[in-house]
Design a protein. Structure first.
Length: 309
């Protein structure tokens, strides 16, 4: 089955009130773990690559590995650019076969964001590619995204309606309290579902996206720390909140940190328990299995996209 855009999967998610997982990919094992889990659950899935992932793995390797995955399943898979910083990055991904791109103009003022997003939308739509944009600003650090907490800003629902109308973007990432990285909350986790509901009332037919939405699964943090890691106080968005977000109209939920923790924990464990081991296959195989288990949990228990392919 060829790559698809997110258009049909988002239409179904909005109609049936479930979310679709967008999982960040960096290498073969991560792609395999994600796709194997999505295939078993018969769930649509979005594989997304950040600019950092593209620099690390190189775009031709990433696209060819995703092509290989397509030969092993019949589920809908979209290949998405996560946090494209400029027009040229988005154009490169569109020209390389990505079916969806995100242009992140949230660091600019409202009018500059609209101008940049519209430029990307015009080029993408000419090539049959859909565009995700962002309004509001998430705190946290992840790859090329680095926003101090004092600079974070919630999405204005009134601006959201104008932004989508003037840019023609296909989906909108909003800021309701999530943040990038492993340290999302210092105290009690809280999301502004009131803002989400207002945005959905203004934009009932526009798919809404949550960035910075990893749970930072405690068991994975514990494993990393147990085997030599140093990740104290890491805290993410509880599964219950993500589940509620899907019911309230979020169509796409991004997951990156949880995958990093799952892979790193298993590799650390393998090195501690078998210090003489130097065969990458011996420690990457359990790491791939951990990715699979993490994605399967997200799809089945949190996003409820099982059997929605």
């Amino acid at each position: 089955m060829p790559l698809v855009t997110t258009k049909e999967m988002f239409e179904k998610s909005m109609k049936e009130h479930f979310a679709i997982g967008a999982f960040n990919v960096n290498n073969m094992e991560i792609i395999q773990g994600i796709v194997d889990a999505a295939h078993e659950e018969q769930s649509p899935v979005i594989l997304q690559a950040s600019s950092g992932a593209i620099k690390y793995a190189r775009i031709n390797y990433l696209t060819k590995m995703v092509e290989a995955a397509l030969q092993e399943t019949n589920i809908p898979i979209a290949l998405h650019l996560d946090h494209g910083a400029d027009f040229d990055t988005c154009k490169m991904c569109i020209d390389s076969g990505f079916t969806s791109v995100m242009i992140d103009g949230s660091k600019y003022d409202f009018e500059e964001n609209i101008e940049l997003t519209k430029k990307v939308v015009d080029y993408a739509h000419k090539n049959g590619v859909v565009v995700e944009a962002e309004l509001g600003k998430l705190a946290g650090i992840e790859d090329d995204v680095n926003v101090a907490s004092e600079d974070a800003k919630y999405t204005d629902p009134n601006q959201a309606e104008e932004f989508v109308r003037r840019t023609g973007c296909d989906s909108l990432a909003i800021a309701i309290g999530t943040s990038h990285g492993a340290y999302k909350f210092k105290g009690e986790a809280k999301l502004r579902f009131d803002i989400l509901e207002k945005v959905k009332n203004k934009l009932p037919n526009t798919p809404i996206v949550l960035h910075g939405a990893s749970t930072v699964i405690p068991e994975l943090v514990e494993m990393c720390n147990k085997y030599g890691g140093n990740i104290p106080g890491a805290k993410g968005v509880p599964d219950e909140m993500l589940h509620e977000a899907g019911k309230l109209g979020v169509s796409k939920i991004n997951v990156d940190t949880d995958l990093r923790l799952a892979m790193t924990g298993e590799i650390r464990k393998a090195f501690v328990e078998n210090p003489s081991e130097f065969d990458p296959r011996k420690y990457l195989q359990p790491a791939r299995k951990a990715i699979y288990e993490t994605v399967k949990h997200k799809i089945h228990d949190v996003f409820c996209s099982t059997n929605k392919a």
